[in-house]
Design a protein around this ligand. Structure first.
Ligand code: DX5
Ligand code: ZN
Length: 218
């Protein structure tokens, strides 16, 4: 896809130095930051919430695009706090809400872009009815909860189907994406690329980010 964007996930970074880690990613050419919010209920892990997000812009001395990946059971609850904290996109899981339409509307009213995520077990038909109302679809390529898991290649038909049906939709992949798997994502039509451990564990994040973007944009 042309104009692929790379959004490092800071989940597996040195979280006690979150500001420095975010800056390291931005200095290495990241297009946006993918921030993983986990509540210990929707997924078996806990990370951080809006107070941490709110502290970031001052620390960074800039306002990067924050894509909030909300792995939480009650996504309705955090729309306003995240908007106030400076989030730019609110990506919630379709599995976590009974009224996606109302949530989409609320996110827009609070001035954020709308991302809609599905776990590996969900079909793409489940997401399709909402595709015309959202800015981005997130096709998870691992079970959400932890970084460093193996990429699920069998999710690629979902990406491909969405790309065919909704040519202008942003499509994000998240989980196990790195230099070894980016080709599959690019071929299927993803244009927003989340990558955590592949970037974080590299001594040279800039070249990994460049490589991912170049392969994806081919
Ligand atoms: C997993 C998170 C991902 C994760 C990606 O639940 O949503 O964003 O941090 O990390 P890697 O790229 O290591 O799979
Ligand atoms: Zn994520």
């Amino acid at each position: 896809a042309s104009g692929c964007k790379i959004g490092p996930s800071i989940l597996n970074s040195d979280l006690a130095n979150l500001g420095a880690e975010c800056l390291r990613m931005l200095d290495s050419g990241a297009n946006y930051l993918h921030l993983d919010v986990m509540d210990g209920h929707f997924v078996p892990n806990i990370t951080f919430g809006h107070p941490v997000v709110e502290s970031l812009p001052k620390q960074l001395g800039q306002d990067p695009f924050f894509d909030m990946h909300m792995m939480v059971s009650r996504p309705e609850q955090w729309v306003k706090p995240m908007a106030v904290a400076g989030a730019n996109q609110y990506t919630f899981h379709l599995e976590a809400t009974e009224n996606p339409g109302a949530l989409i509307k609320d996110i827009r009213e609070k001035g954020m872009k709308v991302g809609l995520a599905i776990k590996p077990g969900a079909t793409v038909e489940y997401l399709a009815p909402w595709a015309n109302q959202i800015d981005m679809a997130l096709v998870m390529t691992v079970e959400p909860g932890f970084g460093g898991q193996k990429f699920m290649e069998d999710m690629m038909p979902k990406v491909h189907w969405l790309r065919t049906q909704f040519p202008s939709l942003d499509i994000e992949v998240d989980g196990g994406v790195g230099p070894d798997t980016i080709h599959k994502c690019a071929e299927a039509g993803a244009n927003m690329i989340v990558s955590g451990s592949a970037i974080m564990r590299s001594d040279d994040p800039r070249s990994v980010i460049n490589l991912l973007r170049n392969v994806c944009s081919e």
